[in-house]
Design a protein around this ligand. Sequence first.
Ligand SMILES: [Zn+2]
Length: 174
Amino acid sequence: MNYSEINRIAQDLIREHSLLATPIKVEDIARSMGIKVIPYPLEQNMSGLLVLEKNSAVIGYNQNEARVRRRFTVAHEIGHYVLHRDKSDRQVFVDKNFKAMFRSFESANEPTVAKLETEANVFAACLLMPETLVREEVGKTELDLGGEDSIRDLAKIFDVSSTAMHYRLLNLNL
Ligand SMILES: [Zn+2]
C-alpha cells in the first residue's frame, strides 16, 4: 500500500466517526470501532500491543511513556487493526520501541514484517495529523516551516512529537 492510499483510509476513518478536529481524539476513534484501549504492564522498551480475539480487540499502551508517544502508539495499533487484521495470521502485534524495531527487522531480514510496521507508522501519522487539518493550520499563518519554532507550535496543536510533525510536513510536501 502506498502513502496516499493509507492517507485516504485514515482520513475516511476520522470522517466516519466525525472526529476531524485538533487534536485528534485517537482513543475515541479506537473505542468507537469497538477496540478497548488500556494501559498495559509492558517492559521498558515496549511501546504497545494489539491483541485480536474472535470478536474483540484490545490495544495496550505503555503508560510510562510520554503522552505524544502513547498517542502515536495507539494510532499505530489502530493501523494494524485497520490494515492488517485480515491479511495476517498474527493475532498479537507487539511493538517495541519503534526505531529499535526497524533495526532488528532489517537484520532479521523479514521484509513482510517490516512492511507492516512501516504501514502502521504511516497510518499513525496520517491519523494524528490529517492532511486537511495540517493544510488548514499551515495556511492560517505565515509559518516558517523551516523553523523549529513553527514545527513545535504545529506539533502542540496536533499533540504529536516535533519529529513526527516534521516528517508529516515533508511527506505532504509542505
Ligand atoms: Zn506495529
